[in-house]
Write a protein that binds this ligand. Sequence first.
Ligand SMILES: *Cc1c(COP(=O)(O)O)cnc(C)c1O
Length: 413
Amino acid sequence: MSREKRISRLRTQDLRLTMKYTAPTKEGYFGKFGGKFVPEILIPALEGLEEAYEESLNNPVFLKEYHDLLKEYVGRPTKLTFANRLTDHYGRGKIYLKREDLCHTGAHKINNAIGQLLLARNMGKTRIIAETGAGQHGVATATACAKFGFECVIYMGAEDMERQKLNVDRMRLLGAEVRSVTSGSQTLKDATNEAIRDWVTNVENTFYIIGSVVGPHPYPVMTRNFHRVIGEETKEQLKQTEGRLPDYLIACVGGGSNAIGFFYPFIEDEDVKMIGIEAAGLGADTDQTAATLTIGTPGVLHGSLSYLLHDSEGQVQLAHSISAGLDYPGIGPEHSHLFDTKRVHYFGVTDQQAMDAVQRVSATEGIIPAIETAHAFAYLEKLMPLTQRDEIVVVNCSGRGDKDMKTISEWFG
Ligand SMILES: *Cc1c(COP(=O)(O)O)cnc(C)c1O
């Protein structure tokens, strides 16, 4: 049965929890996914990082500094906003928005950039490198580096630099060096390859800040934990306003960091149904797509085993999405595991559906969502008619759309 058919026949009971969550192993495996598939030269760096990270978890000085920065610099806790007009539009369940778009720099990514930068400093590394797709992780990293006075080199695909020129200018203004990557599809996958190459060469003094829950262990678990504040706040805020847990959580999934940070604190709450939305591009049945879980198969990319878009010879396929932040042929290993165990359900949304949602949410809520985020909003079209009036749906509003105005203007002519 095609995925399109599955969506149209979706029943809410299909979204119930079917299997218990299992934590990652010490080697960083979530079920069969994850691990450390890197050149040998990087193993000591990963082991050093693991040690520093584990130490930080029990270090009250580190935790206080991290949480103080989230509060005073990032602007946390972010709001949980009741979307009254969007709720009226569907006339069914209540819709709330977790407002990561209100974070300093306009998206969730700064939570992780700040956390990893503090680790780098504690490890005595003074040179920071990062890859970026939409430019949001580059901006978040450049921002954190400026705040701490660290050297910062950002790798970005040439095509993304074109699509996200404003973010390139922001990074440069923040003092980062932006290196254009012209290999392959000139997007995030290629920028990540270049960043790994740099890391291998300069591993002594360089810390690689990865922007999503991808890469070799311990990055996926570490990045998830730097974002779990999103779900923890949501839980607390909803308890204050509604006195109970949500029925549905929806988030967009590129590498999967905003989604897993939002989902993770609810993962043991069996009645909370979770939906991850991938970018289907022109359609999951075309070759212009980034719907990794919908049509991908397991393979190794950028240091871990996960679902992946690749051909029968193992060549990684070019992903396509109108949103630069979802245009990645892989996905984090924890999502691959949550997909296999059906604890989270994943669906694709096309460019067209996402752009329609940009318009709808802007005009009904006065919030211009990032195109990435609009993929999550688009799925409300499928989900809301199935909800009851007393049910609660929370959408993770991962970022704001200012950076996408050029694409949005061109799309709507
Ligand atoms: C980068 C980005 C995403 C996708 O990355 P995840 O790691 O999947 O969260 C989604 N939304 C916004 C606004 C982004 O900047």
